[in-house]
Design a protein around this ligand. Structure first.
Ligand SMILES: [Zn+2]
Ligand SMILES: [Zn+2]
Ligand SMILES: [Zn+2]
Ligand SMILES: [Zn+2]
Ligand SMILES: [Zn+2]
Ligand SMILES: [Zn+2]
Ligand SMILES: [Zn+2]
Length: 433
């Protein structure tokens, strides 16, 4: 038995029908049986058993060679032209599938719109069928018939872009509400219920600060006691009408501050208070002060006050550069004055401390210096040593002819245009030097 399953059918036909192969030098004759037909041999060949040429595809047919052509006319593995005339060659076995599913000439319906198409036109139609449900391209998650997609995207899609009607910027629809809660141009009613129409969120601060007619404002003189508080227009009126009242408040402030200044000054003086009983008095600008003293008769220079001790008598020295009383025009006069002090009520009166005045010789070598000293023990009968009243300018006690102008020019009493006078008090009644 031979197998000729690999010979193609048309080749087979040619072999069976052609009586002779072309006899050319290039292609030598291949079937000598055809050239020299032998009825016996042909009969033997045609009677031999063969498989169907589609044996390898699964056809189990096997019979005499002469019956092969007949079998092929019905073999379900044998390809025949599509019965729908699409021109494809389709094995009988697959024809039904082909006609139903793949034949371009098959009649079919679109499963979405149910219209009839042939296989070829359906393919083009499916991707544009208006009844096919498709996912929204904005990824909102919805499936919509293709015909409604554009209206969905225009007006319903939660992911469509919409412009904020207040700030005109574009937002995805489902974030718009969030945005509106923060939109800087969103109009809000004024919290003071003023009559201005709504104010954009970002302008509210300026509105309340500078423009809102209803915001309650304090009078600018609030700090000095004006109690007025009212809307802007009322404040303007108040300012016009209250000039006098504000002036009264202002002058009250000034006098309160004056008191503060005085008490601060006193506190300061207390801090720098001299309680040693000794005053070293530096008189600078001697030349200028002397010429002033010569031109003004009562030109008196006062020292800063000092105390004889921590809680003692309050004293002050005064100086007439051009003299006073018996020393006028020729001498330098010095006096001591008792001032009203804070501890006067605890002290014994009259004042009985010894007082000495020293004019310093500012010699280069201190051991050669020749100071001028005068001192006195207070006379208890003198009214100057009684407890002083609150009246200022009480009389002093001292030396009208302390140092003559002649003496002043000698030695180093004036040096660098400056002189030093030391005032010393002592509670023992012996004159101190
Ligand atoms: Zn077959
Ligand atoms: Zn077909
Ligand atoms: Zn359709
Ligand atoms: Zn959508
Ligand atoms: Zn906005
Ligand atoms: Zn307002
Ligand atoms: Zn006011």
């Amino acid at each position: 038995m031979w197998c000729i399953g690999t010979v193609k059918k048309d080749e087979w036909d040619r072999k069976s029908n052609d009586s002779v192969f072309p006899d050319t030098e290039d292609s030598p004759p291949r079937d000598y049986a055809k050239l020299y037909p032998d009825p016996n041999t042909e009969d033997t060949v045609m009677g031999s058993l063969v498989y169907c040429i589609h044996h390898k595809k699964g056809c189990k047919w096997m019979d005499e060679l002469r019956k092969l052509q007949g079998h092929l006319n019905t073999c379900k593995y044998d390809a025949i032209p599509c019965t729908n005339q699409c021109a494809a060659m389709i094995p009988r076995l697959l024809m039904e599938d082909h006609l139903f599913y793949t034949c371009p000439k098959r009649r079919t319906r679109c499963k979405f719109c149910n219209r009839e198409y042939n296989g070829e036109t359906l393919e083009g139609h499916v991707s544009s069928c208006q009844y096919e449900p498709v996912f929204c391209e904005n990824k909102c998650g919805l499936k919509i018939l293709r015909r409604f997609v554009s209206s969905h995207q225009m007006s319903e899609c939660s992911k469509r872009l919409v412009g904020c009607r207040y700030c005109q910027k574009e937002f995805v629809y489902d974030t718009l509400q969030n945005h509106t809660a923060k939109c800087p141009r969103y109009p809000l009613p004024c919290p003071n219920r003023c009559e201005s129409s709504k104010v954009p969120r970002e302008d509210m601060e300026v509105h309340l600060k500078d423009h809102c007619p209803s915001v309650a404002l304090y009078c600018v003189f609030r700090d000095i006691g004006c109690k007025f508080k009212g809307p802007r227009f009322a404040l303007e009126l108040h300012m016009e009408e209250s000039t006098n009242a504000h002036l009264v408040l202002m002058s009250g402030l000034v006098s309160r501050q004056q008191h503060q200044i005085t008490s601060l000054r006193n506190a300061f003086q207390n801090l720098t208070l001299n309680t040693s009983g000794i005053l070293l008095w530096r008189i600078s600008d001697y030349t200028q002060k002397m010429s002033e003293a010569k031109s003004r008769k009562s030109y008196e220079i006062s020292s800063s006050p000092f105390y004889t001790s921590q809680c003692g008598y309050k004293l002050m020295a005064t100086l007439f550069l051009n003299g006073n009383g018996a020393g006028e025009g020729s001498h330098l006069s010095v006096y001591i004055k008792i001032l009203p002090g804070e501890y006067d009520s605890l002290l014994s009166w009259p004042f009985s401390h010894t007082v000495s005045f020293t004019l310093h010789d500012q010699a280069a070598s201190p051991e050669k210096a020749c100071h001028i000293v005068e001192s006195f023990v207070p006379d208890p009968s003198w009214k100057n040593f009684q407890r002083p009243s609150k009246e200022p300018d009480s009389l002093g006690f001292g030396f009208p002819r302390f140092v003559s102008h002649e003496t002043l020019k000698k030695l180093n009493y004036v040096k660098d245009d400056t002189l030093f006078i030391k005032v010393k008090t002592n509670s023992s009644k012996i004159a101190a030097v």
